[in-house]
Design a protein around this ligand. Structure first.
Ligand code: ZN
Length: 377
């Protein structure tokens, strides 16, 4: 991570965010050396030599994690530093819609993101990341028992040549890319604390697929990419970007308990993966895949491509639930005006619909009364 990135506590992809909050948790070179000299298997010279090699391997992987997570089959090496990579609650997963049971306890997701909540966009070396002023954001509903706040969002993608790069897959099928809106549970007061709790984070995953049109809201982010070409570069927005506009109209989602998909892979995420994909253009995907994973001064001019982790087993201790309930008119009335943009047209439409509903109900009530009156002796 560059100095520039370090100065900003949110200058990270979902997993890296933890580094600033709990760096003592991460094994250091000094700790690894200690493990070599005091390791419980240290007995023979041969064993000591073997452990030294392991420590060196770890050190190499650790350095690698600081530069590019994904290069040289990096994903398969994460477990060397983060044993939780082999855990039972890891993400992403392959979602099999046929097996996902509708859960009536799930609610519609209700995001409320204040105007100008998006502050800047950063090249983390592994993705682009929009940093959000979380104080003026709110996410309730879904599988959440508390209020969560949006801290950042970023994406995962494949290559410009058509290799797909979503993290979650549907019956083994990948989408072109995937957007992650990362929220933290206000119950824990700090993001760095929340990330260590089983219900600490809520990530809304949105599949992106290539279509003929630019996505207008995403374009507001991408048009600044010439200013964040290299790792560590950050650009402040000078216009309002509304993260609500990345959500598809149909907010049917799959929910399951999972983890961060980047180191340190903490098993703290309540996933909400939206079923309906959102369209972006090929040009927009190319802009993402044109970002560089190295700093301006380093010689590494590799582009950020294939920055996704392949699916992990669902296992036997968890299952995927489906929310497919239609939101009621009351839900819609409650959400009007909460998104920080002008909803007056939507409100008029709703009032009209509610009036019609009331008229219908009155009609039905009158018909029932008439019927009862007719039955009276
Ligand atoms: Zn992500």
């Amino acid at each position: 991570m560059s100095t520039q990135a370090k100065a900003d506590p949110k200058a990270v992809t979902e997993g890296q965010a933890v580094e600033s909050g709990s760096s003592q948790k991460k094994p250091s070179w000094a700790n690894l050396s200690k493990q070599v000299s005091h390791g419980k298997f240290a007995g023979t010279i041969f064993q000591q030599e073997e452990e030294k090699q392991t420590a060196e391997q770890k050190w190499i992987v650790e350095q690698k994690l600081k530069s590019n997570f994904y290069l040289d089959d990096g994903v398969s090496k994460w477990k060397v530093i983060y044993p939780i990579a082999n855990g039972e609650r890891q993400s992403p997963i392959d979602i099999e819609p046929g097996k996902a049971v509708a859960d009536p306890a799930l609610n519609p997701i209700q995001p409320e993101y204040g105007s100008h909540c998006c502050q800047s966009v950063l090249n983390t070396g592994n993705s682009w990341q929009v940093n959000v002023n979380d104080k003026i954001t709110k996410l309730v509903g879904g599988a959440l028992a508390n209020e969560y706040k949006l801290i950042q969002f970023h994406a995962h993608w494949g290559t410009t040549a058509g290799a797909k790069g979503s993290e979650h897959t549907i019956n083994g099928r990948l989408y072109d890319a995937e957007l992650h809106l990362v929220h933290w549970n206000t119950k824990y007061e700090l993001f760095s604390k929340a990330v260590q709790e089983p219900d600490g984070l809520a990530v809304v995953g949105i599949f992106l697929e290539i279509g003929p049109e630019d996505h207008p809201e995403l374009e507001k982010v991408l048009k600044n990419f010439d200013k964040i070409r290299f790792k560590g570069l950050k650009h402040e927005f000078d216009e309002d970007i509304d993260p609500t506009k990345f959500l598809p109209e149909d907010r049917t989602y799959w929910h399951y308990p999972g983890s961060l998909t980047t180191p340190p892979l903490e098993e703290s995420v309540l996933w909400h993966v939206l079923r309906t994909p959102v369209q972006i253009s090929q040009k927009q995907l190319n802009a993402m895949a044109g970002l560089r994973s190295g700093t301006e001064k380093c010689e590494d001019i590799t582009c950020i491509i294939n920055n996704f982790r392949p699916p992990l087993p669902v296992g036997t201790k968890r299952s995927v639930k489906l929310y497919n309930g239609k939101s009621t008119n009351l839900d819609r009335v409650n959400s009007v005006g909460a998104n920080g943009y002008d909803d007056s047209a939507e409100l008029k439409k709703l009032i009209h619909e509610l009036k019609n509903e009331m008229a219908t109900l009155k009609e039905e009530t009158r018909a029932i009364r008439n019927k009862l009156d007719a039955q009276q002796p």
